[in-house]
Design a protein around this ligand. Structure first.
Ligand SMILES: [Zn+2]
Length: 143
């Protein structure tokens, strides 16, 4: 699905999710939720949330589990990935300083979340420089 209006006209809606998730939230505030672009974004966000993380847990589990959640430390945008068994604090973060989540929406509540959302979607299989057709293929494959 291609954006038919606005500052991201002609971009794939998946590109917008990856590069400027605030635009999705802005559309919601503008009561544009009936637009086909918004509907597609909503569906794609749920697909991205549902696809498993594509890396092993950063914690101490052996054998390594696949990661099921991320942690983010204070103002550092980098995501660290953990399974449900391992404690994200085991890497030495100060108590209360980690945000732990599973979804894009949770990340999007943090300030300056663009880089984090980019990392999240990279982990799920999106890449920089993907063409419209590649975005379409990706979301068809995972629907
Ligand atoms: Zn683990």
């Amino acid at each position: 699905m291609i954006m038919s209006f606005g500052q991201y006209k002609d971009k794939h809606v998946g590109w917008v999710i990856r590069n400027d998730f605030s635009y999705f939230k802005w559309m919601k505030r503008q009561e544009m939720t009936n637009r086909k672009e918004f509907q597609a974004m909503k569906k794609y966000v749920s697909i991205l949330n549902r696809i498993p993380f594509q890396c092993a847990c950063y914690g101490k589990c052996k054998p390594k589990n696949i990661a099921t959640r991320y942690s983010i430390y204070s103002k550092n945008p980098d995501l660290h990935y953990y399974c449900d068994e391992c404690d994200p604090y085991s890497s030495g973060a100060n108590n209360g300083k980690l945000f732990i989540g599973k979804t894009i929406e949770e990340l999007a509540r943090l300030s300056d979340c663009n880089e984090s959302i980019k990392q999240f979607t990279t982990n799920k299989g999106l890449k920089n420089g993907m063409r419209v057709q590649s975005y379409d293929n990706f979301f068809v494959k995972h629907k």
